[in-house]
Design a binder for this molecule. Structure first.
Ligand code: BG6
Length: 298
């Protein structure tokens, strides 16, 4: 059996290798852990609340229907990153056993009611499905949003992936030079001309409309530990809170663990998707472990 159901979570492993698995909390359909041959790939805060009382700090939070906070009408009262990560999703089972693909669903019935009521008119009828496919050296997280309403609705989507890295100061995020980003630290938009993103201070950038042919790589000491491929997720957020911000995030622990994480977050986040009645919107990210370095910078 490659699926084990616990009270609050599900563990999906490779049929032939129990040491390669993901653990998914039903609250948020949140991937808490992704191990390859026993080695953890994701960062999870030691202070993360796993009891459904708050969004989980670490792993792969799902941001929907808003990325961050938006001033746009119909979105400005939503909690930060929306309600998907603070709602308990249904586990629908495996849609394939080898490779295992686990499916979770969210509708207005499961959505956290107070926040759901703050999205546009508070009555958008939708279905969201996420599929998590596990391979020997990769994880694909995909999403399908269905509009089953009689009116269009708007949303953002983002996979807020917290990757584990041995030392942030020896970590680079590549293939973003020449891309335009909105820098949320200095609140300015500019073209990033650095040969790679390096981390020596708080970094919080939304790279906009990055061509899908560009693979984003997290390189540690000259080795591409993780390679990110995106489908229909044009924006890429790169975030590390560094010293001061970590201190101010209550559930970030230990406080110096900003040294061991980097968020690389593909999303549809700088503009809204508008989905018509009967429309279906799909997107995915694939994270592969240990690929060769591929330079695609301009
Ligand atoms: C990132 C944002 O996606 O998420 C940051 O770019 C934000 O600005 C971070 O601080 C964490 O957000 P939250 O709501 O999980 O604390």
């Amino acid at each position: 059996m490659s699926v084990k159901q616990l009270e609050d979570s599900v563990i999906i492993s490779l049929p032939d290798n129990p040491d390669t698995y993901i653990k998914v909390l039903r609250y948020g359909a949140h991937i808490l852990s992704w191990k390859i041959n026993g080695e953890e790939q994701l960062w999870l805060s030691a202070g993360a609340k796993l009891d459904g009382s708050a969004a989980v700090r670490g792993g792969i939070p799902l941001a929907f229907p808003v990325f961050g906070g938006s001033a746009a009408e119909g979105f400005n009262k939503l909690p930060h990153h929306g309600f998907a990560r603070i709602s308990t999703w249904d586990f629908l089972g495996l849609t394939s056993s080898n490779p295992p693909i686990a499916q979770f669903a969210l509708t207005p019935d499961e959505a956290e009611p107070v926040s759901y009521g703050k999205w546009e008119n508070g009555d958008n009828n939708f279905r969201a499905f996420v599929n998590y496919e596990l391979g020997a050296d990769y994880l694909t997280t995909s999403v399908a949003i269905e509009n089953i309403d009689t009116k269009p609705f708007d949303f953002h989507w983002l996979f807020h992936t917290y990757l584990r890295t041995p030392d942030i100061e020896d970590t680079l995020v590549t293939n973003l030079p020449g891309e335009v980003c909105y820098d949320q630290v200095v609140k300015e938009e500019y073209e990033d001309k650095a040969p790679a993103v390096q981390f020596h201070q708080e970094t919080d950038r939304v790279y906009k409309k990055v061509d899908e042919s560009k693979d984003i790589q997290v390189v540690y000491c000259g080795k591409a530990n993780h390679t990110l491929k995106r489908v229909n997720l044009p924006d890429v957020v790169v975030w590390n809170p560094w010293i001061e911000k970590s201190k101010n995030i209550g559930d970030f622990a230990p406080k110096d663990d900003y040294k061991h994480m980097v968020c690389v977050e593909p999303g549809y986040a700088s503009e809204f998707v508008t989905l018509k009645p009967q429309g279906v919107w799909k997107a995915s990210q694939t994270l592969t472990y240990g690929k060769d370095i591929k330079i695609q910078a301009v």
